[in-house]
Design a protein around this ligand. Sequence first.
Ligand SMILES: [Zn+2]
Length: 468
Amino acid sequence: MIYDKTAVRTAYKHSPVVVQNMMLTAYGMLKWLERNNSTFKSYARELDESQWYSKKQLEELQNKKLQMIVKHAYENVPYYHRVFDENKLKPEDIKTKEDLGKLPYLTRGDVKKNFKELTAVNVPKQSYFKAHTGGTTGDPLSFLLDKRRLTYTRALQWRHWTSLGYRFRSKLAFMRAASLMPPESNRKPFWRHDFFENKLFLSAYHVDQEKLRDYAVKIVQWKPEFLFTYPLSACILAKFMKKECVEVALKAVFTGSETLFPEQRRIIEEAFKCKVYDEYGHAERAVRAGQCSKGSYHIDSEYGILQVQKDDCDLNPGETGEIIATSLSNYSMPLIRYRTGDTASLADNECACGRGLPLVEKIEGKFGDWIATKDGRMVRGILVSPIMGEFSDTIKEWQITQRNKGALTVNVIPEEEFNGKQAVMLVKRLKDLLGVENEIEVKVRDRIDRTKSGKFRCVVSEVEMENI
Ligand SMILES: [Zn+2]
């Protein structure tokens, strides 16, 4: 986070807590300065207006941006020049998102194999940087991001949060992948401060059953107005607060980066006495969607083209398919028709908030989070969630791991009331969904590991992906 530079990172790591707080405060000042520079301000102004555009105006804006990035890709990115030639296409052939189907998909594998060819030859090196993702799934990916793209992303988040009541210096508890301290460290405190922006950074790596009390006490003392975290981190905290009758009322909880299950939303909203507003995004920063005050997920269509497809075709609203993303302004490495591996369905209704930005009905997370049953079915992990929700009073945390087809381990951190009878019932309920022939065991654990980015995965399968 603060440390794009290794030297700063090293200095932070070796500093006492008080100096680390000062460094985070200085970083907060830098971010504030960034929000006051002309680039950010012009993005913010532009985005403020465009969210109220009509559907037609937004489509026109999107088409204009698409045509610009396609022309740039053809003229300056060797990979796309080759792909266009191979498919006998010219930039003029791609005018709207419907035309994108003339191009092949771009996969993570393509990016890895063609990294150099995908790098634009005319973009100065100092205007972009190398970013990474997915090291946690055993399938890491590097890609290039324009610095301006990052500023644009921040302007979008600013638009989103301010529409939900957040203001400069609103008290925000921030529990994300910030490397505040080494994950293996057990030294209190598990948080740091940015006094300038009024942020409390809580380490997402250390949210486990042992340390929840520390977190809860800190939150009650510090009285944040907003919390920004992963759905599961918020849910674990919420369950603890509810169980221990800890009273805290926030203005809103912002979540993102992993699937937010309906029962998680209910638990979080109940404990923090406020609404949860979720957002969808990914490290590649090609597309983004966020929930408005009415609860609809709006696609930031000025930022990227989000299509929901299966077998190379657009799906109808309500049908679930893969999110195909086209970034509209990342010039150092354009991602066009990029397979995200995430699933969603679109909606075609209008939102009562009045924004013309298109809507996503549901976002269901990664294709990778699935279970391979004995009879060869691929069951998405999200389908297990309602069953696990039935046990939310007796199970604190859970994660399903799978080494072989048809054999699952359900790792649970139990509440005191959890007993053998419930374990048998849990196995029975899962077999109702997955089939009785599957072998399912329940293992009681003390902790469930987060991924390297501090996120949580509900299903971790080592079975080779098939039938997708
Ligand atoms: Zn809306």
